[in-house]
Design a binder for this molecule. Structure first.
Ligand code: SF4
Length: 234
């Protein structure tokens, strides 16, 4: 969908509310950033592939072991799938992930001269790489505006009423319609920081939340009396 079509899809009032939410969250988390450790686009691609259904903290525990033995995809091929499995066996689904890392490395060497492509279509054609991973790589490695939706972004966006979409991809489209492209990368990190620190999946800390007065779920959880005082404070 084009930027103009996205923008039309979101009403003006909703965009104003979304901008205020993002302003407040960016003030709260000025240092929001990618929490996966990486030095190169290839390391980011591999770390993001490993992060599916696993925390970034756990991925960061295993990647030093793997990255100390590889600099690029040819090194992965030289290492072989069993050695990759050994290096990453502390993350969930390590066998499938190891196979995908090796298969992706084969394609990078065979079709992209060993480099990670700065191109969504080429990235999504790699084994184990979906829209979310492609967005993370494009935005964090190459600075291309993208708004990846992981479990935290999905939950926070829905609680805040910024999206009612059923899938991460559709949620991403909804969020991109609300904010200008230059805000997408930071918005992704900011929503993740908020989801990890305050808007927890099981116990959201609504009483301490900087956007509670703008949040339908927060109003429901806190009750109208509490949010009136939050509105007054905001
Ligand atoms: S008010 Fe509660 S539910 Fe809403 S964003 Fe804040 S922590 Fe999450």
């Amino acid at each position: 969908m084009s930027d103009v079509a996205r923008s039309r899809a979101a009403g003006r009032k909703e965009r104003v509310r979304a901008a205020e939410i993002l302003d407040r969250l960016e003030e709260t988390y000025p240092d929001a950033h990618c929490e996966l450790d990486f030095r190169t686009p290839f390391e980011l691609l591999v770390a993001t592939m490993l992060s599916a259904q696993t925390t970034d903290a756990r991925v960061n525990l295993v990647t030093p072991r793997l990255f100390s033995r590889i600099e690029g995809p040819q090194d992965v091929l030289d290492l072989g799938v069993e050695a990759v499995e050994d290096a990453i066996r502390d993350v969930g689904l390590f066998r499938t992930k190891a196979r995908n890392v090796v298969a992706t490395s084969e394609i990078l060497v065979g079709r992209h001269e060993g480099a990670v492509p700065c191109d969504r279509e080429a990235l999504e054609a790699l084994p184990g790489v979906g829209p979310k991973t492609a967005s993370v790589v494009l935005s964090n490695a190459f600075g291309v505006p993208a708004l990846a939706v992981d479990t935290h972004v999905f939950r926070v966006a829905h609680r805040l009423g910024l999206s009612h979409a059923k899938t991460p991809d559709a949620t991403s489209q909804d969020l991109m319609a609300l904010w200008a492209p230059e805000r997408w990368i930071r918005a992704h990190h900011t929503l993740i920081f908020h989801g990890r620190r305050i808007c927890d999946a099981r116990r959201p800390l609504c009483a301490s939340c900087p956007v509670a007065a703008l949040c339908p779920e927060g109003r429901r959880r806190l009750g109208s009396a509490s949010t009136s005082s939050l509105s007054a404070r905001a």
